[in-house]
Design a protein around this ligand. Structure first.
Ligand SMILES: Nc1ncnc2c1ncn2[C@@H]1O[C@H](COP(=O)(O)OP(=O)(O)OP(=O)(O)O)[C@@H](O)[C@H]1O
Ligand SMILES: O[C@H]1[C@H](O)[C@@H](O)[C@H](O)[C@@H](O)[C@H]1O
Length: 381
């Protein structure tokens, strides 16, 4: 029998198992010279959105400015003298549709970096270094490695540099960054296929597991002794923003709950595919989430019966992996719950638009309500 004290201890252990580090930001999506949407962004927001959906608790360290306009589940550190990080994403209209869209990203405002002293003084089983605007410093990642058993890093937090005039995001080679010497102490490095060319995968996989996402084609996992392609899910892409983040959220949530790497990567592909179907932060169907949660538990038990190894990360495709994919495909077919759509009346905040010369709305935008965040996403159809 489990006593109340044991259950409280277990709960507090559970509560502090994952540490997410990365700034929230304001995203402005621009297409055909017009603002398509403004929404809460930052890898940390997309990842915690997936964690919340799957009932995985976490701690989150993020910094924002006094202008931060969203109510979020994990309170950020507010720097009163600075503004929140803002990204403008320019989409190439020629590529709109089901294909992965190219985009030009500009960081038009940068909040404070996250320093080692901003991190909690406690230990975590898992840490996620998921900066977007250069806020994670090498010493911050090093501190994460010290306080977390396993660290997962998104390469976008490590290789982005920003044009000094207009903030255009450019990528540099991983080996040229101060993060490179830390790679042997990282558990998993995640990169998109565009980012992966900025590292030598063959070299890096000797030190840590590398996961390369590839849009509608799914992802590939590389480790020291092998590699594995993980099947994608069919999706109607509307906005690719945050696909990689939602993937990472699903992947790590799967590992936290005891799945083997291939099954966790499948969960990542599922959440990446759900993410691209909505503009901004996705709202997941509650019935779909319940089915996924139940299946993850069942799968975990099933794998415990077969697995003999005690390794931290289990790479081989477990028995029943294909059936797990089939189940998730079927669960995904649940009709998405209708998202309330309202007519735009008067813009309550055009904060982002005031910061740089972006053309004004050309049509009446619709609002997509998100239960986790009080502010609606403002969308132009
Ligand atoms: N069109 C799509 N159809 C199905 N799944 C998709 C699609 N686009 C993305 N995904 C899923 O999301 C994952 C991450 O997507 P992607 O490789 O495009 O990341 P990314 O370029 O980092 O995205 P972003 O920078 O826009 O967040 C993919 O591995 C895949 O599982
Ligand atoms: O909100 C988005 C998202 O987090 C993306 O992953 C990142 O590439 C962008 O910079 C950010 O604006």
């Amino acid at each position: 029998m489990v006593t109340t004290a044991e259950s409280a201890a277990h709960k507090s252990q559970q509560q502090s198992r994952v540490l997410i580090v990365g700034n929230y930001c304001h995203d402005v999506l621009i297409q055909n010279n017009a603002v398509k949407a403004v929404s809460l962004g930052g890898a940390a927001s997309f990842i915690s959105n997936v964690f919340n959906g799957l009932s995985v608790s976490c701690n989150l360290v993020s910094k924002v400015g006094e202008d931060f306009k969203y109510t979020v589940s994990y309170t950020p550190i507010v720097i009163p003298t600075l503004k929140t990080t803002v990204f403008h994403s320019y989409f190439d209209p020629g590529l709109h549709g089901n294909d992965h869209q190219d985009r030009i990203l500009k960081r038009v405002c940068a909040c404070d970096p996250i320093r080692p002293s901003d991190l909690p003084d406690t230990r975590f089983k898992y840490g996620m270094g998921v900066g977007v605007g250069g806020e994670i410093l090498p010493e911050t990642l090093e501190r994460m490695i010290e306080i977390c058993d396993v660290v997962f890093a998104d390469i976008q937090a490590l290789i982005r540099v920003f044009d000094s005039v207009d903030g255009t995001v450019k990528l540099v080679k991983l080996e040229e960054t101060g993060f490179y010497p830390l790679l042997p102490r990282i558990g998993v490095l995640k990169a998109s296929s565009e980012e992966a060319v900025f590292m030598d995968v063959e070299e890096v996989r000797k030190w840590c597991c590398v996961v390369v996402t590839n849009g509608k084609h799914g992802c590939k996992v590389y480790w020291k002794d092998g590699e594995l392609g993980i099947s994608p899910f069919l999706a109607n892409q509307d906005d690719p923003t945050g696909a990689g983040d939602s993937f990472f959220g699903g992947f790590v949530a799967g590992l936290v709950q005891g799945l083997a790497v291939p099954d966790a990567a499948l969960l990542g592909n599922l959440f990446g595919s759900l993410s691209v179907e909505q503009v901004g932060l996705p709202k997941f169907d509650t019935r779909l989430l319940q089915r996924v949660k139940d299946e993850v538990q069942r799968r975990k038990m099933q794998c415990l019966l077969h697995e003999k190894s005690d390794d931290e990360l289990k790479f081989l495709r477990p028995v029943g992996h294909e059936q797990f994919h089939t189940f998730l495909v079927a669960a995904r077919l649940i009709t998405p719950c209708s998202i309330e759509e309202h007519q735009w009346n008067s813009p309550s905040s055009t904060m982002e638009m005031e910061q740089t010369a972006v053309p004004h709305y050309t049509k009446q935008p619709k609002l997509l309500a998100n239960p986790m965040y009080e502010e609606p996403i403002q969308r132009v159809e």
